[in-house]
Design a protein around this ligand. Structure first.
Ligand SMILES: [Zn+2]
Length: 63
């Protein structure tokens, strides 16, 4: 499932968004779920150490 991670440059909120295939090229208006700002950017998939996760998702197998 193509899930992209976004970072809000306003409140530094990180969230994930499901991008439908074929619309990756289009720059959709991804708004921050926290502050509602549109100043977001795609975060390159990287293994970041989750030290403090507030209500985040854990590494669970999708079934
Ligand atoms: Zn924000």
């Amino acid at each position: 499932m193509p899930i992209y991670e976004f970072l809000c440059k306003d409140c530094k909120e990180r969230f994930t968004r499901l991008i439908l295939p074929g619309r990756e090229d289009e720059e959709e208006e991804v708004t921050c779920p926290k502050c509602g700002g549109k100043n977001t950017q795609v975060v390159p998939s990287a293994f970041s150490s989750s030290t403090s996760s507030v209500g985040g998702v854990s590494c669970a197998p999708s079934g």
